[in-house]
Write a protein that binds this ligand. Structure first.
Ligand SMILES: Cc1cc2nc3c(=O)[nH]c(=O)nc-3n(C[C@H](O)[C@H](O)[C@H](O)COP(=O)(O)OP(=O)(O)OC[C@H]3O[C@@H](n4cnc5c(N)ncnc54)[C@H](O)[C@@H]3O)c2cc1C
Length: 398
């Protein structure tokens, strides 16, 4: 199946998109950035910021206009994502699952009835949707998932436990992946269901205590005998789940790469400001050539990441590469951002190790980007495996 949001062409022309980008950038710089400490300390994004983001259409910028979103394509998404990455990643996470991994399952695989029921409310921010795939023993390899869905008359009954689910504590809807049968010649046997958070048998665990990204809650979610009508099966297709997960994740990887570039840019800017204003023995820290070398390495990473993200997003939208290139972007940009943030702490000296200092938060926040939506190892497997399969096909065709 094609990726609907990116196949119909951009629904917003360049001029209108420039205005959206400028407004978003201004909101982030003037409203969100001054409150980064507040978000971290409260471990929550304040309600007025949530409302402001909803008003700007941020809960549905990647959802087609037909379903109430802004209808931006992935080349536009990455430009916004580079802005999101510039501030607390909790802000992005609040609407990230609606536009990304959860929302795209509905956009690309839902029936018209399912889209009509949910997408407008997701796009407006009235509903927060969570993507519930990972389980103990089924993270990097979702084929190992043990959550089961059993058909019972007109209903499905779901049993299983998901973990590390972003936005679970604030979710209204879970997009839940479950096995309906063992994998066989007919397909992987993984379906995906739309489960309202208030359905009987759904229990959301306490908020996880994480290394970073305060304000972006995750938790375990238990589904115990959860009964949903047959109309909750996404696409009405028992085998759509695996493909839906892979499609959503591939698109999400380009977005995460862009978020990483934005965070790296912020770490660089913080490093420049610090190096220009802090002295050692009367000399500005930024006058030391070894510090300049670190700044140069940061700049090289940021510029390379930005160029790569833009190229990969364009290839995704044109349909040229929706599998290997997204992994290339995610692997390079998230690893790059990790190095840039590490250098930022180094440039700040002991100050960089102190809670409340921006680069200390960035250092912790972006560690996650190398783990979720496919670890760096999984990206390497996709890239290397994909290239080798192509080479083998060519060699045997000769
Ligand atoms: C804060 C946070 C938010 C998250 N949000 C969500 C969410 O909203 N929804 C959701 O479904 N999931 C979510 N996840 C889960 C996340 O996607 C997984 O944690 C991630 O995919 C890794 O899976 P795992 O934790 O089971 O680690 P494992 O898969 O056990 O990985 C452990 C190590 O083994 C390596 N490894 C695994 N398989 C291979 C292999 N075949 N070859 C080589 N190396 C391998 C990994 O790269 C890693 O280094 C979230 C996780 C976190 C921490």
């Amino acid at each position: 199946m094609s990726d609907q949001a990116d196949s119909v062409g951009p629904e917003v022309d360049a001029e209108d998109f420039a205005a959206i980008l400028a407004t978003t950038r201004d909101y982030i710089r003037t409203v969100v950035m001054p409150r980064e400490r507040e978000i971290a300390d409260a471990d929550a994004v304040p309600d007025d910021i949530r409302a402001g983001l909803a008003e700007m259409g941020m809960f549905g910028y990647a959802i087609p206009q037909q379903w109430g979103g802004l209808g931006l394509d992935l080349t536009q998404d990455v430009e916004l994502a580079m802005e999101f990455g510039y501030t607390s990643l909790a802000m992005r996470s609040l609407f990230g699952t609606n536009n990304g991994i959860a929302g795209q399952v509905l956009v690309n695989f839902g029936t018209d009835e399912q889209k009509a029921e949910w997408l407008e409310r997701i796009a407006s921010g009235e509903v927060i949707a969570s993507f519930a795939l990972t389980e103990d023993g089924a993270g990097s390899n979702p084929a190992g998932l043990a959550t089961r869905a059993v058909r019972d008359g007109d209903d499905w009954v779901i049993d299983g436990t998901k973990r590390f689910i972003t936005n679970a504590p604030v979710a209204d809807l879970f997009v839940v992946f479950a096995r309906t049968r063992p994998a066989d010649a007919g397909g992987p046997g993984i379906a995906v269901f739309l489960v309202p958070a208030d359905a009987a048998g759904v229990t959301v665990g306490p908020k996880d205590r994480k290394m970073g990204q305060e304000g972006a809650p995750t938790s375990e979610v238990d589904f115990s005998g959860v009964r949903v009508p047959a109309s909750s099966l996404v696409g009405g297709d028992e085998d759509a789940g695996y493909r839906a997960a892979m499609t959503s994740l591939a698109r999400g990887r380009v977005h995460i790469a862009a978020v990483a570039v934005g965070s790296a840019r912020r770490a660089l800017d913080e490093s420049l400001a610090h190096a220009a204003t802090t002295t050692q023995g009367g000399t500005a820290v930024g006058d030391f050539q070894l510090v300049q070398a670190m700044i140069a390495d940061q700049q090289v990473g940021v510029m390379a990441g930005q160029a790569l993200v833009r190229e990969v997003a364009a290839k995704y939208v044109s349909g040229e590469d929706r599998r290997i290139a997204p992994s290339v972007a995610k692997l390079f940009c998230t690893e790059m951002a990790g190095k840039v943030a590490d250098l930022a702490v180094q440039i700040h000296g002991g100050t960089g190790y102190m809670r409340g200092v921006v680069v200390e938060r960035i250092y912790r926040d972006i560690r996650l980007l190398r783990l979720y939506e496919g670890t760096s190892e999984i990206q390497r497997l996709i890239i290397g495996g994909g290239l080798m399969r192509g080479a083998t096909r060519e060699a045997t065709a000769r």
